[in-house]
Write a protein that binds this ligand. Sequence first.
Ligand SMILES: Nc1ncnc2c1ncn2[C@@H]1O[C@H](COP(=O)(O)OP(=O)(O)OP(=O)(O)O)[C@@H](O)[C@H]1O
Length: 453
Amino acid sequence: MARRLPSAPPVLPGFSHLHVLGTGGYADVFLYEQALPRRPVAVKVLLAELVDEDVRRSFRSEVNLMGRLSAHPGILTVHSASVASDGRPYLVMELANPELGERFRSEPLQPEAALRVAIRIGAAVETAHRAGVLHRDIKPANILSTAFGHPVLSDFGIAGLQHDATEAAGVSVPWAAPEVLRGETGGTVATEVWSLAATIFSLIAGRSPAEQPGRANDHAALTERILAHDLLPSRAIPAPLRRVLDKGLAAKPSDRYARVEDMLVDLQAVQRELGFEETPIEVEIDAWAAEAPAPDAGVDEDSDALRLRQRRSRRSAGITGSRVDISQSTGRREPQKPKRFAIGLGIAVASAVVLGIVAIAAIALSSVSSQIPLVAEIAVAPDSGRVSFTWEDPGLVDTDTYHVRTSTGDALIQGGREFTLTGEPGEELCIEVAVNRDGATGEATEACGEPLP
Ligand SMILES: Nc1ncnc2c1ncn2[C@@H]1O[C@H](COP(=O)(O)OP(=O)(O)OP(=O)(O)O)[C@@H](O)[C@H]1O
Protein backbone atom coordinates (compact mmCIF):
# COMPACT_ATOMS: atom_id res chain seq x y z
CA MET A 1 0.00 0.00 0.00
CA ALA A 2 1.42 3.38 -0.92
CA ARG A 3 2.17 5.48 2.11
CA ARG A 4 0.30 8.78 2.21
CA LEU A 5 1.39 12.04 3.76
CA PRO A 6 0.09 12.62 7.28
CA SER A 7 -2.76 15.07 7.77
CA ALA A 8 -2.28 18.33 9.68
CA PRO A 9 -2.26 17.78 13.45
CA PRO A 10 -5.36 19.27 15.09
CA VAL A 11 -5.16 22.02 17.70
CA LEU A 12 -6.04 20.34 20.99
CA PRO A 13 -6.56 22.41 24.13
CA GLY A 14 -4.12 21.30 26.83
CA PHE A 15 -1.79 19.55 24.39
CA SER A 16 1.17 20.81 22.30
CA HIS A 17 1.93 19.03 19.07
CA LEU A 18 5.52 17.78 18.74
CA HIS A 19 5.73 15.55 15.64
CA VAL A 20 4.20 12.74 13.57
CA LEU A 21 4.64 9.20 14.92
CA GLY A 22 3.10 7.31 12.04
CA THR A 23 0.28 6.95 9.55
CA GLY A 24 -2.20 4.09 9.37
CA GLY A 25 -5.02 3.00 7.12
CA TYR A 26 -7.63 5.18 8.78
CA ALA A 27 -5.77 7.50 11.14
CA ASP A 28 -2.61 9.48 11.79
CA VAL A 29 -0.74 9.19 15.06
CA PHE A 30 1.02 12.26 16.48
CA LEU A 31 3.25 12.88 19.46
CA TYR A 32 1.84 15.62 21.69
CA GLU A 33 2.89 16.85 25.07
CA GLN A 34 0.06 17.00 27.55
CA ALA A 35 0.25 20.05 29.82
CA LEU A 36 -1.25 18.53 32.97
CA PRO A 37 -0.12 16.02 33.97
CA ARG A 38 2.93 16.89 31.88
CA ARG A 39 3.72 13.82 29.83
CA PRO A 40 4.24 12.78 26.23
CA VAL A 41 1.19 11.10 24.69
CA ALA A 42 0.35 9.51 21.34
CA VAL A 43 -2.75 11.03 19.77
CA LYS A 44 -4.53 9.05 17.09
CA VAL A 45 -6.63 11.27 14.81
CA LEU A 46 -9.15 9.81 12.36
CA LEU A 47 -8.74 10.88 8.75
CA ALA A 48 -11.20 13.69 7.91
CA GLU A 49 -12.37 12.00 4.70
CA LEU A 50 -13.54 8.95 6.64
CA VAL A 51 -15.51 10.86 9.22
CA ASP A 52 -19.29 10.89 8.96
CA GLU A 53 -22.02 10.46 11.55
CA ASP A 54 -21.77 6.64 11.43
CA VAL A 55 -18.01 6.71 11.92
CA ARG A 56 -18.35 9.15 14.82
CA ARG A 57 -20.89 6.87 16.44
CA SER A 58 -18.69 3.80 15.93
CA PHE A 59 -15.69 5.72 17.22
CA ARG A 60 -17.54 6.59 20.42
CA SER A 61 -18.63 3.05 21.06
CA GLU A 62 -15.22 1.64 20.18
CA VAL A 63 -13.45 4.11 22.42
CA ASN A 64 -15.73 3.09 25.27
CA LEU A 65 -14.68 -0.50 24.69
CA MET A 66 -11.05 0.45 24.80
CA GLY A 67 -11.60 2.40 27.99
CA ARG A 68 -13.18 -0.67 29.56
CA LEU A 69 -10.31 -2.88 28.60
CA SER A 70 -7.29 -0.69 28.93
CA ALA A 71 -6.82 -1.44 32.65
CA HIS A 72 -5.43 -4.79 31.49
CA PRO A 73 -1.61 -4.83 31.64
CA GLY A 74 -1.42 -6.30 28.13
CA ILE A 75 -3.59 -3.61 26.54
CA LEU A 76 -2.39 -0.14 25.56
CA THR A 77 -3.74 2.48 27.97
CA VAL A 78 -6.21 4.98 26.59
CA HIS A 79 -6.16 8.23 28.53
CA SER A 80 -9.06 10.06 26.89
CA ALA A 81 -10.90 10.70 23.64
CA SER A 82 -12.80 13.57 22.10
CA VAL A 83 -13.56 15.39 18.86
CA ALA A 84 -11.18 18.14 17.70
CA SER A 85 -12.54 21.58 16.73
CA ASP A 86 -12.15 20.58 13.06
CA GLY A 87 -14.54 17.65 13.62
CA ARG A 88 -11.98 14.83 13.64
CA PRO A 89 -12.35 12.34 16.50
CA TYR A 90 -9.11 11.62 18.35
CA LEU A 91 -7.83 9.27 20.99
CA VAL A 92 -5.14 10.17 23.55
CA MET A 93 -3.06 7.08 24.29
CA GLU A 94 -0.03 6.01 26.26
CA LEU A 95 3.11 6.64 24.21
CA ALA A 96 4.60 3.29 23.27
CA ASN A 97 7.36 1.85 21.14
CA PRO A 98 6.26 0.19 17.89
CA GLU A 99 9.63 -1.49 17.21
CA LEU A 100 8.61 -5.03 18.10
CA GLY A 101 5.99 -5.20 15.37
CA GLU A 102 8.05 -3.22 12.89
CA ARG A 103 11.29 -5.16 13.24
CA PHE A 104 10.17 -8.77 13.36
CA ARG A 105 11.19 -9.33 9.73
CA SER A 106 14.76 -8.14 10.19
CA GLU A 107 15.13 -9.06 13.85
CA PRO A 108 12.85 -11.99 14.68
CA LEU A 109 12.46 -12.89 18.34
CA GLN A 110 13.94 -15.96 19.98
CA PRO A 111 11.24 -18.49 20.95
CA GLU A 112 11.69 -17.70 24.66
CA ALA A 113 10.97 -13.99 24.19
CA ALA A 114 8.20 -14.65 21.67
CA LEU A 115 6.43 -17.03 24.08
CA ARG A 116 6.48 -14.36 26.79
CA VAL A 117 4.97 -11.83 24.39
CA ALA A 118 2.44 -14.38 23.11
CA ILE A 119 1.08 -15.26 26.55
CA ARG A 120 0.87 -11.66 27.63
CA ILE A 121 -0.90 -10.53 24.47
CA GLY A 122 -3.05 -13.68 24.39
CA ALA A 123 -4.22 -12.97 27.95
CA ALA A 124 -5.29 -9.50 26.81
CA VAL A 125 -7.28 -11.07 23.97
CA GLU A 126 -8.85 -13.64 26.30
CA THR A 127 -9.82 -10.90 28.76
CA ALA A 128 -11.47 -8.97 25.94
CA HIS A 129 -13.35 -12.07 24.83
CA ARG A 130 -14.70 -12.54 28.32
CA ALA A 131 -15.95 -8.96 28.16
CA GLY A 132 -17.66 -9.71 24.85
CA VAL A 133 -15.16 -7.89 22.64
CA LEU A 134 -13.25 -9.17 19.61
CA HIS A 135 -10.05 -7.42 18.53
CA ARG A 136 -10.43 -8.39 14.83
CA ASP A 137 -6.94 -7.27 13.82
CA ILE A 138 -4.33 -9.15 15.83
CA LYS A 139 -1.00 -8.76 14.03
CA PRO A 140 2.62 -7.88 14.90
CA ALA A 141 2.11 -4.18 14.06
CA ASN A 142 -0.53 -3.94 16.75
CA ILE A 143 1.90 -5.09 19.44
CA LEU A 144 3.72 -2.14 21.00
CA SER A 145 6.05 -1.96 24.01
CA THR A 146 5.43 0.28 27.01
CA ALA A 147 8.10 2.49 28.54
CA PHE A 148 8.74 -0.40 30.95
CA GLY A 149 9.32 -2.82 28.06
CA HIS A 150 6.01 -4.69 28.44
CA PRO A 151 4.27 -5.76 25.24
CA VAL A 152 0.77 -4.34 24.85
CA LEU A 153 -1.91 -4.84 22.23
CA SER A 154 -3.11 -1.65 20.57
CA ASP A 155 -6.04 -0.75 18.32
CA PHE A 156 -8.34 -2.60 20.70
CA GLY A 157 -11.93 -2.12 19.74
CA ILE A 158 -10.94 0.43 17.14
CA ALA A 159 -10.31 -2.54 14.89
CA GLY A 160 -13.99 -2.75 13.90
CA LEU A 161 -13.74 0.77 12.58
CA GLN A 162 -10.51 -0.02 10.84
CA HIS A 163 -12.03 -2.98 9.04
CA ASP A 164 -14.67 -0.82 7.44
CA ALA A 165 -12.16 1.86 6.57
CA THR A 166 -9.40 -0.24 5.09
CA GLU A 167 -11.18 -3.23 3.63
CA ALA A 168 -9.78 -2.48 0.18
CA ALA A 169 -6.25 -2.14 1.45
CA GLY A 170 -6.50 -5.61 3.07
CA VAL A 171 -3.56 -4.71 5.28
CA SER A 172 -4.10 -7.64 7.60
CA VAL A 173 -4.28 -10.45 5.02
CA PRO A 174 -1.13 -12.23 6.28
CA TRP A 175 -2.74 -12.71 9.71
CA ALA A 176 -6.36 -13.17 8.63
CA ALA A 177 -8.06 -16.56 9.02
CA PRO A 178 -9.32 -18.27 5.86
CA GLU A 179 -12.99 -17.77 6.75
CA VAL A 180 -12.36 -14.02 7.11
CA LEU A 181 -10.69 -13.92 3.68
CA ARG A 182 -13.66 -15.85 2.25
CA GLY A 183 -15.91 -13.12 3.66
CA GLU A 184 -17.83 -15.59 5.81
CA THR A 185 -17.27 -13.69 9.04
CA GLY A 186 -15.97 -10.39 10.34
CA GLY A 187 -14.49 -12.17 13.35
CA THR A 188 -15.05 -14.96 15.86
CA VAL A 189 -13.05 -16.45 18.70
CA ALA A 190 -11.72 -18.98 16.18
CA THR A 191 -10.47 -16.24 13.82
CA GLU A 192 -8.74 -14.55 16.76
CA VAL A 193 -7.04 -17.84 17.63
CA TRP A 194 -5.83 -18.07 14.01
CA SER A 195 -4.52 -14.49 13.99
CA LEU A 196 -2.78 -14.90 17.33
CA ALA A 197 -1.09 -18.12 16.17
CA ALA A 198 -0.06 -16.44 12.90
CA THR A 199 1.33 -13.48 14.87
CA ILE A 200 3.39 -15.71 17.19
CA PHE A 201 4.66 -17.62 14.15
CA SER A 202 5.65 -14.33 12.47
CA LEU A 203 7.54 -12.97 15.48
CA ILE A 204 9.82 -16.03 15.51
CA ALA A 205 10.00 -16.90 11.79
CA GLY A 206 10.37 -13.30 10.58
CA ARG A 207 7.53 -13.87 8.10
CA SER A 208 3.86 -14.76 8.26
CA PRO A 209 2.90 -18.47 7.83
CA ALA A 210 1.76 -18.19 4.19
CA GLU A 211 4.71 -16.08 3.02
CA GLN A 212 7.27 -17.98 0.95
CA PRO A 213 10.74 -16.50 0.48
CA GLY A 214 11.54 -15.95 -3.20
CA ARG A 215 7.91 -16.14 -4.35
CA ALA A 216 5.17 -13.58 -4.82
CA ASN A 217 3.86 -12.54 -1.43
CA ASP A 218 1.32 -9.91 -2.39
CA HIS A 219 -2.16 -10.01 -0.90
CA ALA A 220 -3.57 -12.06 -3.79
CA ALA A 221 -0.86 -14.72 -3.47
CA LEU A 222 -1.16 -14.83 0.32
CA THR A 223 -4.94 -15.08 0.15
CA GLU A 224 -4.72 -17.97 -2.30
CA ARG A 225 -2.25 -19.83 -0.06
CA ILE A 226 -4.17 -19.21 3.15
CA LEU A 227 -7.38 -20.45 1.50
CA ALA A 228 -5.56 -23.54 0.24
CA HIS A 229 -3.98 -23.96 3.69
CA ASP A 230 -0.59 -23.84 1.98
CA LEU A 231 1.42 -22.66 5.01
CA LEU A 232 5.20 -22.94 5.05
CA PRO A 233 6.67 -24.30 8.31
CA SER A 234 9.67 -22.54 9.80
CA ARG A 235 12.73 -24.28 11.27
CA ALA A 236 13.10 -21.39 13.71
CA ILE A 237 10.03 -22.64 15.55
CA PRO A 238 10.77 -25.46 18.04
CA ALA A 239 8.73 -28.66 17.53
CA PRO A 240 6.54 -28.40 20.67
CA LEU A 241 5.58 -24.85 19.79
CA ARG A 242 4.96 -25.85 16.18
CA ARG A 243 2.32 -28.33 17.39
CA VAL A 244 0.48 -25.58 19.27
CA LEU A 245 0.66 -23.15 16.36
CA ASP A 246 -0.46 -25.84 13.90
CA LYS A 247 -3.60 -26.31 15.99
CA GLY A 248 -4.16 -22.56 16.15
CA LEU A 249 -3.72 -22.34 12.39
CA ALA A 250 -5.98 -25.31 11.53
CA ALA A 251 -7.96 -24.77 8.33
CA LYS A 252 -11.27 -25.67 9.96
CA PRO A 253 -12.29 -23.33 12.80
CA SER A 254 -13.64 -26.30 14.79
CA ASP A 255 -10.17 -27.93 14.74
CA ARG A 256 -8.60 -24.89 16.43
CA TYR A 257 -8.53 -24.11 20.14
CA ALA A 258 -12.06 -23.37 21.31
CA ARG A 259 -10.75 -20.47 23.36
CA VAL A 260 -7.59 -18.38 23.39
CA GLU A 261 -7.14 -19.40 27.02
CA ASP A 262 -6.76 -23.05 25.95
CA MET A 263 -3.97 -22.10 23.57
CA LEU A 264 -2.21 -20.11 26.30
CA VAL A 265 -2.28 -23.12 28.63
CA ASP A 266 -0.52 -25.14 25.92
CA LEU A 267 2.00 -22.31 25.36
CA GLN A 268 2.85 -22.45 29.06
CA ALA A 269 3.42 -26.19 28.68
CA VAL A 270 5.79 -25.45 25.80
CA GLN A 271 7.67 -23.01 28.02
CA ARG A 272 8.13 -25.71 30.66
CA GLU A 273 9.11 -28.33 28.09
CA LEU A 274 11.76 -26.04 26.64
CA GLY A 275 13.05 -25.12 30.10
CA PHE A 276 11.86 -21.50 29.92
CA GLU A 277 10.35 -19.61 32.79
CA GLU A 278 6.56 -19.87 32.74
CA THR A 279 4.69 -16.65 31.99
CA PRO A 280 1.55 -16.09 34.07
CA ILE A 281 -1.70 -15.78 32.19
CA GLU A 282 -3.17 -12.48 33.31
CA VAL A 283 -6.89 -12.91 32.92
CA GLU A 284 -9.63 -12.39 35.41
CA ILE A 285 -10.09 -15.25 37.81
CA ASP A 286 -12.92 -16.34 40.08
CA ALA A 287 -11.38 -14.55 43.03
CA TRP A 288 -12.01 -11.23 41.34
CA ALA A 289 -15.76 -11.71 41.59
CA ALA A 290 -15.42 -11.34 45.33
CA GLU A 291 -13.66 -8.01 44.81
CA ALA A 292 -16.45 -6.65 42.65
CA PRO A 293 -18.89 -4.04 43.92
CA ALA A 294 -21.86 -5.47 45.80
CA PRO A 295 -25.25 -5.16 44.07
CA ASP A 296 -26.25 -2.37 46.41
CA ALA A 297 -23.19 -0.35 45.44
CA GLY A 298 -25.05 1.28 42.58
CA VAL A 299 -24.75 -1.58 40.10
CA ASP A 300 -27.81 -2.57 38.10
CA GLU A 301 -28.94 -5.94 39.48
CA ASP A 302 -29.99 -6.91 36.02
CA SER A 303 -26.82 -6.10 34.13
CA ASP A 304 -25.04 -8.83 32.18
CA ALA A 305 -21.86 -8.19 34.11
CA LEU A 306 -23.62 -8.77 37.38
CA ARG A 307 -25.28 -11.95 36.19
CA LEU A 308 -21.89 -13.23 35.12
CA ARG A 309 -20.43 -12.29 38.48
CA GLN A 310 -23.20 -14.03 40.37
CA ARG A 311 -22.76 -17.13 38.30
CA ARG A 312 -19.04 -17.10 38.91
CA SER A 313 -19.56 -16.60 42.63
CA ARG A 314 -21.82 -19.63 42.70
CA ARG A 315 -19.19 -21.56 40.86
CA SER A 316 -16.51 -20.40 43.27
CA ALA A 317 -18.67 -21.79 46.04
CA GLY A 318 -18.34 -25.18 44.36
CA ILE A 319 -21.90 -25.43 43.07
CA THR A 320 -20.94 -26.02 39.43
CA GLY A 321 -17.89 -27.35 37.56
CA SER A 322 -14.64 -25.43 37.69
CA ARG A 323 -13.12 -23.13 35.13
CA VAL A 324 -10.04 -24.38 33.27
CA ASP A 325 -6.97 -24.04 35.43
CA ILE A 326 -5.06 -21.67 33.23
CA SER A 327 -1.69 -22.50 34.65
CA GLN A 328 -1.86 -26.25 34.00
CA SER A 329 -0.16 -27.76 31.01
CA THR A 330 -2.67 -30.41 30.06
CA GLY A 331 -5.52 -28.17 29.05
CA ARG A 332 -7.82 -30.45 31.06
CA ARG A 333 -10.35 -28.84 33.31
CA GLU A 334 -9.16 -29.17 36.87
CA PRO A 335 -9.94 -27.40 40.10
CA GLN A 336 -7.98 -24.19 40.48
CA LYS A 337 -4.83 -24.18 42.53
CA PRO A 338 -4.51 -20.58 43.64
CA LYS A 339 -0.76 -20.77 44.21
CA ARG A 340 -0.30 -21.54 40.52
CA PHE A 341 -1.85 -18.23 39.55
CA ALA A 342 1.20 -16.03 39.62
CA ILE A 343 -1.12 -13.08 39.44
CA GLY A 344 -0.36 -10.21 41.76
CA LEU A 345 -2.74 -8.20 43.83
CA GLY A 346 -2.46 -5.50 41.21
CA ILE A 347 -4.06 -7.76 38.63
CA ALA A 348 -6.89 -8.72 40.97
CA VAL A 349 -7.52 -5.06 41.69
CA ALA A 350 -7.23 -4.16 38.00
CA SER A 351 -9.69 -6.93 37.20
CA ALA A 352 -12.09 -5.68 39.83
CA VAL A 353 -11.81 -2.25 38.30
CA VAL A 354 -12.48 -3.68 34.86
CA LEU A 355 -15.54 -5.47 36.21
CA GLY A 356 -16.80 -2.29 37.80
CA ILE A 357 -16.33 -0.43 34.54
CA VAL A 358 -17.92 -3.25 32.57
CA ALA A 359 -20.94 -3.12 34.87
CA ILE A 360 -21.25 0.63 34.48
CA ALA A 361 -20.78 0.33 30.72
CA ALA A 362 -23.53 -2.29 30.62
CA ILE A 363 -25.90 0.20 32.20
CA ALA A 364 -24.81 2.98 29.86
CA LEU A 365 -25.32 0.76 26.87
CA SER A 366 -28.73 -0.47 27.92
CA SER A 367 -30.39 2.33 26.00
CA VAL A 368 -29.06 1.00 22.72
CA SER A 369 -29.76 -2.62 23.59
CA SER A 370 -33.40 -2.22 22.61
CA GLN A 371 -32.28 -1.77 18.98
CA ILE A 372 -30.25 -4.96 19.03
CA PRO A 373 -32.04 -8.01 17.61
CA LEU A 374 -33.13 -10.67 20.06
CA VAL A 375 -32.56 -14.38 19.53
CA ALA A 376 -36.19 -15.51 19.44
CA GLU A 377 -35.88 -19.11 20.53
CA ILE A 378 -33.12 -21.59 21.20
CA ALA A 379 -33.78 -25.19 20.11
CA VAL A 380 -32.41 -27.76 22.56
CA ALA A 381 -31.23 -31.21 21.38
CA PRO A 382 -30.11 -33.51 24.24
CA ASP A 383 -27.75 -36.31 23.22
CA SER A 384 -25.50 -38.82 24.96
CA GLY A 385 -23.29 -36.80 27.32
CA ARG A 386 -24.09 -33.49 25.69
CA VAL A 387 -26.75 -30.96 24.78
CA SER A 388 -26.71 -29.02 21.50
CA PHE A 389 -28.35 -25.63 21.21
CA THR A 390 -29.25 -23.96 17.90
CA TRP A 391 -31.06 -20.77 16.99
CA GLU A 392 -32.25 -18.81 13.95
CA ASP A 393 -30.50 -15.66 12.69
CA PRO A 394 -32.47 -12.84 14.34
CA GLY A 395 -31.30 -10.32 11.69
CA LEU A 396 -27.60 -9.79 12.18
CA VAL A 397 -25.48 -7.28 10.33
CA ASP A 398 -21.90 -8.12 9.29
CA THR A 399 -20.07 -7.02 12.41
CA ASP A 400 -22.55 -8.52 14.91
CA THR A 401 -21.60 -11.50 17.00
CA TYR A 402 -23.38 -13.78 19.42
CA HIS A 403 -22.37 -13.46 23.05
CA VAL A 404 -22.83 -16.90 24.61
CA ARG A 405 -22.71 -17.51 28.38
CA THR A 406 -22.95 -20.97 29.83
CA SER A 407 -24.03 -22.35 33.19
CA THR A 408 -20.55 -23.89 33.40
CA GLY A 409 -19.20 -20.38 33.69
CA ASP A 410 -17.86 -19.64 30.23
CA ALA A 411 -18.53 -16.50 28.26
CA LEU A 412 -17.52 -16.31 24.64
CA ILE A 413 -18.25 -14.69 21.33
CA GLN A 414 -18.98 -16.51 18.13
CA GLY A 415 -20.44 -16.03 14.68
CA GLY A 416 -22.11 -19.46 14.43
CA ARG A 417 -25.65 -20.30 15.51
CA GLU A 418 -24.98 -23.47 17.40
CA PHE A 419 -23.33 -24.38 20.66
CA THR A 420 -22.76 -27.69 22.45
CA LEU A 421 -22.21 -28.28 26.15
CA THR A 422 -21.01 -31.57 27.57
CA GLY A 423 -21.99 -32.92 30.97
CA GLU A 424 -23.24 -35.80 33.06
CA PRO A 425 -26.62 -37.39 32.28
CA GLY A 426 -29.34 -35.52 34.16
CA GLU A 427 -27.16 -32.45 34.84
CA GLU A 428 -28.95 -29.25 33.86
CA LEU A 429 -26.89 -27.34 31.29
CA CYS A 430 -27.98 -23.85 30.26
CA ILE A 431 -26.83 -21.20 27.85
CA GLU A 432 -27.74 -17.57 27.36
CA VAL A 433 -27.36 -16.07 23.90
CA ALA A 434 -27.37 -12.35 23.18
CA VAL A 435 -26.42 -10.36 20.11
CA ASN A 436 -23.39 -8.09 20.49
CA ARG A 437 -23.49 -5.01 18.27
CA ASP A 438 -20.82 -2.29 18.37
CA GLY A 439 -19.79 -3.43 21.81
CA ALA A 440 -23.30 -3.34 23.27
CA THR A 441 -24.98 -6.60 24.23
CA GLY A 442 -28.72 -7.00 23.67
CA GLU A 443 -31.23 -8.92 25.73
CA ALA A 444 -30.22 -12.52 26.37
CA THR A 445 -32.37 -15.57 25.63
CA GLU A 446 -31.87 -18.60 27.84
CA ALA A 447 -32.37 -22.32 27.23
CA CYS A 448 -31.53 -25.40 29.28
CA GLY A 449 -31.33 -29.14 28.69
CA GLU A 450 -30.01 -32.33 30.27
CA PRO A 451 -27.57 -34.73 28.58
CA LEU A 452 -28.83 -38.26 27.94
CA PRO A 453 -27.02 -41.37 29.30
N1 LIG B 1 0.58 4.54 21.20
C1 LIG B 1 1.52 4.75 20.26
N2 LIG B 1 2.74 5.20 20.61
C2 LIG B 1 3.70 5.41 19.65
N3 LIG B 1 3.51 5.20 18.34
C3 LIG B 1 2.31 4.75 17.94
C4 LIG B 1 1.25 4.50 18.87
N4 LIG B 1 0.18 4.05 18.18
C5 LIG B 1 0.54 4.03 16.90
N5 LIG B 1 1.83 4.45 16.74
C6 LIG B 1 2.56 4.60 15.49
O1 LIG B 1 1.69 5.13 14.52
C7 LIG B 1 1.64 4.28 13.37
C8 LIG B 1 0.24 4.29 12.83
O2 LIG B 1 -0.58 3.62 13.76
P1 LIG B 1 -1.99 3.08 13.36
O3 LIG B 1 -2.47 2.26 14.51
O4 LIG B 1 -2.86 4.19 12.89
O5 LIG B 1 -1.72 2.24 12.07
P2 LIG B 1 -1.25 0.76 11.79
O6 LIG B 1 -1.77 -0.16 12.89
O7 LIG B 1 0.20 0.76 11.51
O8 LIG B 1 -2.00 0.50 10.44
P3 LIG B 1 -3.55 0.25 10.23
O9 LIG B 1 -4.29 1.13 11.17
O10 LIG B 1 -3.76 0.64 8.82
O11 LIG B 1 -3.73 -1.20 10.53
C9 LIG B 1 2.09 2.92 13.85
O12 LIG B 1 2.72 2.21 12.84
C10 LIG B 1 3.05 3.25 14.97
O13 LIG B 1 4.34 3.42 14.44
